[in-house]
Design a protein around this ligand. Structure first.
Ligand code: COA
Length: 223
Protein backbone atom coordinates (compact mmCIF):
# COMPACT_ATOMS: atom_id res chain seq x y z
CA UNK A 1 0.00 0.00 0.00
CA UNK A 2 1.36 3.42 -0.91
CA UNK A 3 0.58 6.74 0.70
CA UNK A 4 0.93 9.18 -2.16
CA UNK A 5 -0.41 11.98 -4.23
CA UNK A 6 -2.50 13.97 -1.82
CA UNK A 7 -2.66 17.62 -2.84
CA UNK A 8 -2.19 20.20 -0.12
CA UNK A 9 -3.17 23.86 0.03
CA UNK A 10 -0.86 25.87 -2.20
CA UNK A 11 -0.02 22.92 -4.49
CA UNK A 12 -0.38 23.52 -8.21
CA UNK A 13 -3.59 22.16 -9.71
CA UNK A 14 -3.22 18.84 -11.50
CA UNK A 15 -5.10 17.20 -14.36
CA UNK A 16 -7.03 14.00 -13.87
CA UNK A 17 -9.31 11.74 -15.93
CA UNK A 18 -12.41 10.50 -14.09
CA UNK A 19 -13.56 6.98 -14.99
CA UNK A 20 -17.35 6.93 -14.77
CA UNK A 21 -19.93 9.66 -15.15
CA UNK A 22 -22.84 8.55 -12.99
CA UNK A 23 -24.08 9.75 -9.61
CA UNK A 24 -21.03 8.67 -7.66
CA UNK A 25 -18.79 10.47 -10.19
CA UNK A 26 -20.46 13.74 -9.19
CA UNK A 27 -19.30 13.21 -5.61
CA UNK A 28 -15.76 12.25 -6.63
CA UNK A 29 -15.59 15.15 -9.13
CA UNK A 30 -16.60 17.70 -6.53
CA UNK A 31 -14.02 16.48 -4.03
CA UNK A 32 -11.33 16.35 -6.72
CA UNK A 33 -12.10 19.89 -7.77
CA UNK A 34 -12.14 21.16 -4.15
CA UNK A 35 -8.69 19.80 -3.43
CA UNK A 36 -6.94 20.95 -6.59
CA UNK A 37 -7.63 18.62 -9.52
CA UNK A 38 -8.98 19.68 -12.92
CA UNK A 39 -10.96 16.93 -14.61
CA UNK A 40 -9.90 16.92 -18.26
CA UNK A 41 -12.30 14.18 -19.34
CA UNK A 42 -14.89 11.72 -18.06
CA UNK A 43 -14.93 8.13 -19.30
CA UNK A 44 -18.29 6.45 -19.77
CA UNK A 45 -19.75 4.56 -22.72
CA UNK A 46 -23.18 6.04 -21.88
CA UNK A 47 -23.73 9.72 -22.59
CA UNK A 48 -23.94 11.70 -19.34
CA UNK A 49 -26.24 14.67 -19.76
CA UNK A 50 -25.05 16.55 -16.68
CA UNK A 51 -21.49 16.94 -17.94
CA UNK A 52 -20.00 20.10 -19.34
CA UNK A 53 -16.56 18.48 -19.77
CA UNK A 54 -15.40 16.23 -22.62
CA UNK A 55 -16.52 12.62 -22.42
CA UNK A 56 -14.59 9.61 -23.79
CA UNK A 57 -15.56 6.01 -24.32
CA UNK A 58 -13.54 3.36 -22.51
CA UNK A 59 -11.79 2.49 -25.81
CA UNK A 60 -10.71 6.10 -26.47
CA UNK A 61 -9.53 6.43 -22.87
CA UNK A 62 -7.49 3.21 -23.04
CA UNK A 63 -5.80 4.51 -26.20
CA UNK A 64 -5.03 7.80 -24.41
CA UNK A 65 -3.56 6.00 -21.39
CA UNK A 66 -1.40 3.79 -23.63
CA UNK A 67 -0.06 6.87 -25.44
CA UNK A 68 0.37 9.35 -22.58
CA UNK A 69 2.13 7.43 -19.83
CA UNK A 70 1.68 8.72 -16.29
CA UNK A 71 -1.80 10.17 -16.81
CA UNK A 72 -3.65 10.48 -13.51
CA UNK A 73 -7.02 8.76 -13.22
CA UNK A 74 -9.65 8.12 -10.62
CA UNK A 75 -12.41 5.50 -10.57
CA UNK A 76 -15.59 7.53 -10.19
CA UNK A 77 -17.88 4.52 -10.48
CA UNK A 78 -19.76 3.52 -7.37
CA UNK A 79 -20.99 0.02 -6.53
CA UNK A 80 -23.58 -1.41 -4.16
CA UNK A 81 -23.12 -5.12 -4.77
CA UNK A 82 -20.12 -7.39 -4.38
CA UNK A 83 -20.08 -8.19 -8.12
CA UNK A 84 -20.14 -4.51 -9.12
CA UNK A 85 -17.34 -3.80 -6.63
CA UNK A 86 -15.28 -6.67 -8.05
CA UNK A 87 -15.71 -5.22 -11.57
CA UNK A 88 -14.90 -1.74 -10.30
CA UNK A 89 -11.65 -2.98 -8.77
CA UNK A 90 -10.71 -4.79 -11.99
CA UNK A 91 -11.23 -1.49 -13.84
CA UNK A 92 -8.95 0.24 -11.33
CA UNK A 93 -6.23 -2.35 -12.07
CA UNK A 94 -6.80 -2.08 -15.84
CA UNK A 95 -6.25 1.67 -15.82
CA UNK A 96 -3.21 1.32 -13.54
CA UNK A 97 -1.66 -0.44 -16.55
CA UNK A 98 1.38 -1.91 -14.82
CA UNK A 99 1.75 1.16 -12.58
CA UNK A 100 2.39 3.60 -15.45
CA UNK A 101 -0.77 5.53 -14.50
CA UNK A 102 -1.34 7.08 -11.09
CA UNK A 103 -4.53 7.20 -9.08
CA UNK A 104 -4.44 9.81 -6.30
CA UNK A 105 -6.24 9.68 -2.99
CA UNK A 106 -9.23 12.05 -2.84
CA UNK A 107 -10.08 13.23 0.68
CA UNK A 108 -12.88 15.73 1.26
CA UNK A 109 -11.56 18.76 3.19
CA UNK A 110 -14.14 18.10 5.88
CA UNK A 111 -13.28 14.45 6.42
CA UNK A 112 -11.12 13.66 9.47
CA UNK A 113 -8.28 11.28 8.76
CA UNK A 114 -5.79 10.39 11.48
CA UNK A 115 -2.18 11.09 10.62
CA UNK A 116 -1.24 7.64 11.81
CA UNK A 117 -3.68 5.91 9.47
CA UNK A 118 -2.65 4.71 6.01
CA UNK A 119 -4.72 5.15 2.87
CA UNK A 120 -4.10 3.33 -0.42
CA UNK A 121 -4.07 4.90 -3.87
CA UNK A 122 -7.33 5.53 -5.69
CA UNK A 123 -9.38 5.70 -2.49
CA UNK A 124 -12.16 8.23 -1.89
CA UNK A 125 -12.93 9.65 1.55
CA UNK A 126 -16.15 11.64 1.51
CA UNK A 127 -17.47 14.52 3.59
CA UNK A 128 -17.86 13.81 7.27
CA UNK A 129 -16.05 10.47 7.17
CA UNK A 130 -13.72 9.77 10.10
CA UNK A 131 -10.68 7.51 10.05
CA UNK A 132 -9.12 6.90 13.46
CA UNK A 133 -5.50 6.16 14.43
CA UNK A 134 -3.60 3.23 12.94
CA UNK A 135 -6.42 2.29 10.58
CA UNK A 136 -5.30 0.87 7.23
CA UNK A 137 -7.43 1.62 4.19
CA UNK A 138 -6.64 -0.31 1.00
CA UNK A 139 -6.55 0.80 -2.63
CA UNK A 140 -9.65 1.99 -4.47
CA UNK A 141 -11.79 1.97 -1.31
CA UNK A 142 -14.86 4.19 -0.87
CA UNK A 143 -15.42 5.61 2.61
CA UNK A 144 -18.74 7.23 1.93
CA UNK A 145 -20.37 10.22 3.59
CA UNK A 146 -20.25 10.19 7.38
CA UNK A 147 -18.83 6.70 7.72
CA UNK A 148 -16.66 5.98 10.76
CA UNK A 149 -13.59 3.75 10.71
CA UNK A 150 -12.33 3.29 14.25
CA UNK A 151 -8.76 2.66 15.41
CA UNK A 152 -6.75 -0.28 14.07
CA UNK A 153 -9.32 -1.32 11.46
CA UNK A 154 -8.15 -2.82 8.17
CA UNK A 155 -10.27 -2.24 5.07
CA UNK A 156 -9.46 -4.33 1.97
CA UNK A 157 -8.98 -3.14 -1.62
CA UNK A 158 -12.09 -2.16 -3.53
CA UNK A 159 -14.43 -2.24 -0.51
CA UNK A 160 -17.29 0.26 -0.14
CA UNK A 161 -18.26 1.53 3.30
CA UNK A 162 -21.64 3.18 2.65
CA UNK A 163 -22.91 6.42 4.25
CA UNK A 164 -23.21 6.35 7.99
CA UNK A 165 -21.75 2.87 8.52
CA UNK A 166 -19.81 2.52 11.77
CA UNK A 167 -16.83 0.19 11.86
CA UNK A 168 -15.67 -0.16 15.46
CA UNK A 169 -12.11 -0.82 16.64
CA UNK A 170 -9.93 -3.66 15.34
CA UNK A 171 -12.35 -4.77 12.64
CA UNK A 172 -10.85 -6.40 9.54
CA UNK A 173 -12.80 -6.25 6.29
CA UNK A 174 -11.63 -8.08 3.16
CA UNK A 175 -11.60 -7.04 -0.49
CA UNK A 176 -14.61 -5.94 -2.57
CA UNK A 177 -16.99 -5.98 0.40
CA UNK A 178 -20.19 -3.94 0.46
CA UNK A 179 -20.92 -2.58 3.93
CA UNK A 180 -24.44 -1.15 3.75
CA UNK A 181 -25.50 2.26 4.92
CA UNK A 182 -25.92 2.58 8.69
CA UNK A 183 -24.49 -0.88 9.41
CA UNK A 184 -22.58 -1.29 12.68
CA UNK A 185 -19.69 -3.74 12.94
CA UNK A 186 -18.78 -4.42 16.56
CA UNK A 187 -15.12 -4.44 17.69
CA UNK A 188 -12.92 -7.23 16.39
CA UNK A 189 -15.27 -8.55 13.71
CA UNK A 190 -13.51 -10.22 10.78
CA UNK A 191 -15.27 -9.97 7.42
CA UNK A 192 -13.86 -12.06 4.53
CA UNK A 193 -13.47 -10.93 0.93
CA UNK A 194 -16.61 -10.50 -1.19
CA UNK A 195 -19.08 -10.12 1.65
CA UNK A 196 -22.29 -8.07 1.70
CA UNK A 197 -23.39 -6.59 5.02
CA UNK A 198 -26.97 -5.34 4.94
CA UNK A 199 -27.83 -1.71 5.45
CA UNK A 200 -28.89 -0.82 9.00
CA UNK A 201 -27.64 -4.11 10.48
CA UNK A 202 -25.54 -5.06 13.49
CA UNK A 203 -22.68 -7.54 13.07
CA UNK A 204 -21.27 -9.05 16.27
CA UNK A 205 -17.90 -10.70 16.76
CA UNK A 206 -19.72 -14.01 17.11
CA UNK A 207 -20.79 -13.62 13.50
CA UNK A 208 -17.18 -13.67 12.30
CA UNK A 209 -17.15 -15.49 9.00
CA UNK A 210 -14.70 -17.89 7.48
CA UNK A 211 -15.89 -17.89 3.88
CA UNK A 212 -17.34 -15.35 1.44
CA UNK A 213 -21.03 -15.10 2.09
CA UNK A 214 -23.93 -12.74 2.52
CA UNK A 215 -24.56 -12.11 6.19
CA UNK A 216 -28.10 -13.13 7.04
CA UNK A 217 -27.94 -13.16 10.82
CA UNK A 218 -27.79 -9.41 11.29
CA UNK A 219 -30.53 -7.61 13.13
CA UNK A 220 -32.12 -4.34 12.17
CA UNK A 221 -31.39 -1.33 14.32
CA UNK A 222 -34.45 0.36 15.73
CA UNK A 223 -33.11 3.85 16.28
C1 COA B 1 -29.17 -6.40 1.68
C2 COA B 1 -29.81 -5.78 0.46
C3 COA B 1 -28.83 -5.83 -0.71
C4 COA B 1 -31.05 -6.55 0.12
O1 COA B 1 -31.64 -5.96 -0.98
P1 COA B 1 -32.77 -6.73 -1.76
O2 COA B 1 -32.25 -8.01 -2.31
O3 COA B 1 -33.36 -5.78 -2.71
O4 COA B 1 -33.79 -7.07 -0.63
P2 COA B 1 -35.07 -7.93 -0.84
O5 COA B 1 -36.07 -7.15 -1.60
O6 COA B 1 -34.70 -9.23 -1.42
O7 COA B 1 -35.58 -8.12 0.62
C5 COA B 1 -35.60 -9.38 1.19
C6 COA B 1 -36.09 -9.27 2.60
O8 COA B 1 -35.04 -8.72 3.41
C7 COA B 1 -35.52 -7.53 4.03
N1 COA B 1 -34.43 -6.62 3.97
C8 COA B 1 -33.80 -6.19 2.87
N2 COA B 1 -32.84 -5.38 3.21
C9 COA B 1 -32.84 -5.27 4.55
C10 COA B 1 -32.08 -4.57 5.48
N3 COA B 1 -31.07 -3.80 5.07
N4 COA B 1 -32.36 -4.69 6.78
C11 COA B 1 -33.35 -5.50 7.20
N5 COA B 1 -34.11 -6.20 6.35
C12 COA B 1 -33.87 -6.07 5.04
C13 COA B 1 -36.70 -7.11 3.24
O9 COA B 1 -37.58 -6.36 4.06
C14 COA B 1 -37.28 -8.43 2.81
O10 COA B 1 -38.03 -8.95 3.88
P3 COA B 1 -39.35 -9.83 3.63
O11 COA B 1 -38.90 -11.17 3.21
O12 COA B 1 -40.03 -9.86 4.96
O13 COA B 1 -40.11 -9.16 2.56
C15 COA B 1 -30.14 -4.29 0.72
O14 COA B 1 -31.14 -4.17 1.69
C16 COA B 1 -28.97 -3.52 1.25
O15 COA B 1 -28.71 -3.41 2.44
N6 COA B 1 -28.22 -2.88 0.32
C17 COA B 1 -27.16 -1.95 0.65
C18 COA B 1 -27.62 -0.57 0.19
C19 COA B 1 -26.67 0.51 0.57
O16 COA B 1 -26.28 0.68 1.70
N7 COA B 1 -26.27 1.29 -0.42
C20 COA B 1 -25.33 2.35 -0.27
C21 COA B 1 -25.61 3.42 -1.29
S1 COA B 1 -24.36 4.61 -1.38
Amino acid sequence: MKKMNILFEGSERQNIVLIGAGGHAKVAAEIASMIGFDITSYVDDNKALWLDSPQWTDEVAQQHFRTIKGTQYFIGLGGQTVSSLQKRYQLFLKYADGNTSISPILIHPRAVVSESSRVGMGSLICAGAIVQPMAEIGNCVILNTGSIIEHDCRIGDGTHIAPGAIILGNVTIGKHCMIGSGAILLPGVNIPNDTLIKANSLTKAAATLTAPTEITTSTTRTI
